[in-house]
Design a protein around this ligand. Sequence first.
Ligand SMILES: *Cc1c(COP(=O)(O)O)cnc(C)c1O
Length: 446
Amino acid sequence: MINPMKSFPSNNSDLLARSLSAVWHPCSQMKHYEHFPLLPISHGKGVWLYDYEGKRYLDAVSSWWVNLFGHCNPEINAALRDQLETLEHVMLAGFTHAPVVELSERLRTLAPKGLGHCSYGSDGAAAIEIALKMSAHYWRNSGHPGKTCFISLQNSYHGETLGALSVTDVALFRDAYGPLIRQQATVRSPDSRLAQVGETANQYAMRCAGELAEHLRRHHGQVAAFILEPLVQGAAGMAMYPPIYLKRAREICDEFGVHLIADEIAVGMGRTGTLFACEQADITPDFLCLSKGITGGYLPLSVVMTTDEIYQAFYADETARAFLHSHSYTGNPLACRAALATLDIFERNDVIAENARKAKYLNAAAAQLRSHPAVRNWRNTGMIWAFEVDSPHADFAQRCYQLALQHELLLRPIGKTIYFMPPYVISEEEINHLLGATLSLVQAVS
Ligand SMILES: *Cc1c(COP(=O)(O)O)cnc(C)c1O
């Protein structure tokens, strides 16, 4: 086994101890690691992650929804090696470089029509901050300085910096920091699971859109933008809803002069079965936020795409009218190059069509799992699957996680929801492994 860094440990327990002493891990109660140890990962290949003792885990969550074409993908690796020998970084204020220009041009041709201007950040939350600030600043530059509020969906997740957190409706992430953020209004989520008995998903979505219209009718004078996660609310537990809601939301935002921000950080880059989720409703948002999969899961990068109308409101002689937001690594060439290599793979391998075949295979192969008596609300959008499990265990998510590891599978359930969001390179054999392991753990926890 190659161990490129000589001072690095070459066994599990050494790395564990040192990590717990020096690294504050994200989204974790560090004390819990006393009972549920960290997983030391030595290397990855395709859908598999390996520890130092040769154990392997199928990465069914794409390492927090970022990986598209497998770990250590040869094509992305080659592109990065080449970029590394050419230009690793240059600031983007006053300078430009080929990877950022090419990426912006290619995204413009791929994204819903009219999104011709790309603004860059380093991660998803930064993209949300950019979209929120740009929206409010647009209104200020356009003679509507009072439009400074934002609306989001119930159970929405848009990141955890203070601005992004203000439009995030996940109590666990928000409660401790409530006093630090400006509370924003939420409207009813079109999550199809919340439809009443006898109400179709589309009917329920239209009812929710009606509530959005009612809210904006009263408050549009103060509202800059409505932000949503198109088609799938990820952190809400893969809550899915039909495209008709997006279509209506676009019309309602237009009617009341409110921007629509599409947070496609998780659902963009082919995750929902089209390159961008908004395509399924045939709409162009005012802002399209991308991150996570954009570099194939390699490097932190985010982009906010917007329209010429918004861009023009900032184009003037005065600096104060300019959009004032920057990050040290804005438009990093290595990250842009990884994104270009990712787009190359989409094109060359006809990934969208190939994913549709894989999804069909998985849905058929999952017959036994879907019909298990404890499995509820089986649902699928593109390359995302989710279901709830009837289980008596309060520590369901943790139990599942542990059991899955014993079956060479990496799952991170959200509450009682198990979801799959595998890298697109998953093979039929690996899908069988995923489903077989999940079935046995559902049998064990229900
Ligand atoms: C992950 C995520 C974010 C935040 O991205 P980070 O890179 O984690 O800051 C925002 N919105 C959605 C929908 C996400 O899934």
